[in-house]
Design a protein around this ligand. Structure first.
Ligand code: SF4
Length: 492
């Protein structure tokens, strides 16, 4: 499975990219959508306020964050041992563990497991990782229909769309759009369906109830897996997870290898951190846990697919490694000024927002998602709310540096930025040259209007097209210093 289990290194992840445009192009398009911005602002403002309220109730919130961070660091440091322990325990309780190096392997494993049951439809719950590997498409190619059962995921699926938020995948849709999707895509829906939320929820409930009762196979993700007992855990709000995890005969769980936690006591920390950070609830409505097969209760065949898909490569990056501690709460998305304005689709990746800007490039390799580390103002709001204290701004800067280094090594011709920096270095390393450069810079006053310089031609266009550059002051600091010092020296 991985280097640390003594097997060949897993390849970089595949299956993450959703859009063709790099972030700046996609973001510009998204900014032109006023409805999208209204939907995003309303949703993120509401969730932000709820989160702040429930977090403020806990006097030991900072200690909990610190505990979450250190448990994750300890787990990642000994990940190979915890995964082997999880496999042993899960197998001892009647489950079957499969190891998948990448998206292709994981899709093959899941497809063949479903095909072996003879089912042509599978219900799904809580599985952003299956979006990462493109499982629904792989199943469709094998003639198997995957039915999303989270309400928001169902809206996205019926809308032939893709999620734009980790927790609220249909955050970009308003209720009128949802009604139109249901009328168009649900064959058995009431043709007089209104856009009242309770009515929409009832329509989805009736549609899904029929799917649950007919399902022979369910596919889930997992929020956590407890190594010491081999227990898997899914937290959710709608009860669809409980249906998926208990009704079908076969249950297949796909989980990233970083989701393991060593003990039940460790799980307790995350079950306090996650709901308050994600939905702004003291506790999520449904917490389902299962350990292999339980005689006379629940699925008869229980599988766990442990997915690498770039995670061991990310683990090897000491600065970026904490990104694997993410518990997918989405708090960083809801506070991000960039995300709030452009939404999740602009990131072109399954994982949007600040966590997507670090995790996606780390899983795929920076060059496959090179624009994402720049999709941030580095304001640090994401770090402040992260329940496991991932220093996202530092990792963003680290990934930018990796991208610049890679580009420098790959290019025979120096980039415009490299030439400008080399010229600046040459000028600033000598006081005479620096003074001359400052005087030359004052010519920039001729380009200014109302105190700012607008767009400049290449090679400075990239910098000035999104920033106002202030005109240089009438005198440099050196000129001011010499004048002031001169006067001081004249004093008796
Ligand atoms: S990086 Fe932190 S705040 Fe963002 S989704 Fe992950 S755990 Fe939540």
């Amino acid at each position: 499975m991985s280097t640390f289990l003594g097997l060949p290194a897993a390849p970089r992840g595949v299956g993450h990219l959703r859009g063709d445009d790099p972030f700046p192009v996609a973001a510009r398009k998204a900014l032109g959508d006023a409805q999208l911005r209204r939907n995003l602002a309303k949703a993120t403002t509401t969730i932000r306020a709820k989160r702040a309220r429930v977090v403020a109730e806990l006097p030991d919130w900072e200690e909990l964050r610190e505990a979450g961070k250190s448990i994750k660091a300890r787990t990642l440091a000994g990940l190979d041992g915890y995964l082997e322990q999880l496999e042993r325990e899960f197998t001892a309780h009647g489950g079957t563990v499969h190891w998948a190096r990448d998206a292709t392997e994981a899709n093959q494993i899941v497809t063949s497991l479903v095909a072996a049951t003879g089912a042509t439809e599978a219900v799904k719950v809580k599985s952003i990782v299956t979006d990462e590997i493109g499982l629904n498409d792989a199943l469709a190619q094998a003639g198997i229909r995957a039915v999303e059962t989270d309400l928001a995921e169902l809206i996205v699926q019926l809308g032939h769309d893709w999620p734009s938020h980790i927790l609220v995948p249909a955050i970009h849709r308003n209720r009128a759009e949802i009604r139109d999707i249901f009328l168009r895509e649900m064959p058995d829906v009431d043709p007089d369906l209104t856009d009242v939320p309770a009515t929409l929820a009832e329509a989805a409930r009736l549609h899904l109830r029929r799917k649950f009762l007919a399902a022979r196979v369910a596919i889930s993700g997992a929020n956590f897996a407890v190594a010491e007992t081999g227990t898997l855990c899914v937290v959710e709000s709608e009860g669809n997870g409980r249906m998926c995890l208990t009704l079908p005969e076969t249950l297949i769980t796909v989980m990233g290898i970083e989701k393991v936690v060593p003990t039940w006591a460790d799980l307790g920390v995350f079950l306090q951190l996650l709901p308050r950070s994600s939905t702004g609830e003291r506790m999520n409505p449904y917490t389902s846990m299962w350990t292999g097969v339980t005689p006379g209760d629940g699925p008869r065949q229980v599988h766990l697919v442990l997915l690498d898909n770039g995670r061991t490569a990310a683990l090897a990056d000491e600065v970026g490694r904490p990104a694997l501690a993410c518990i997918r709460c989405s708090a960083c998305l809801n506070v991000c000024p960039v995300y709030e304005r452009v939404g999740g689709h602009a990131y072109g990746s399954v994982y949007p927002g600040p966590i997507g800007a670090i995790l996606s490039p780390m899983l795929t390799g920076v060059e496959d998602n090179a624009s994402l580390p720049y999709a941030s103002s580095l304001c640090g709001a994401c770090y402040d709310v992260c329940p496991v204290k991932i220093d996202i701004p530092s990792i963003l800067v680290h990934l930018r540096a990796r991208h610049v280094e890679t580009a420098r090594e790959a290019s025979k011709v120096p980039t415009a930025e490299a030439m400008v920096m080399a010229a600046a270095g040459w000028a600033m390393s000598n006081p005479v040259r620096f003074a001359a450069a400052q005087r030359g810079g004052q010519l920039g006053r001729l380009l200014g209007r109302r105190g700012v310089i607008g767009r400049l031609p290449p090679p400075l266009r990239g910098w000035t097209q999104s920033r106002d550059v202030p005109v240089p002051p009438a005198q440099t600091f050196r000129q001011w210093w010499h004048r002031e010092r001169g006067r001081a020296d004249e004093r008796p």
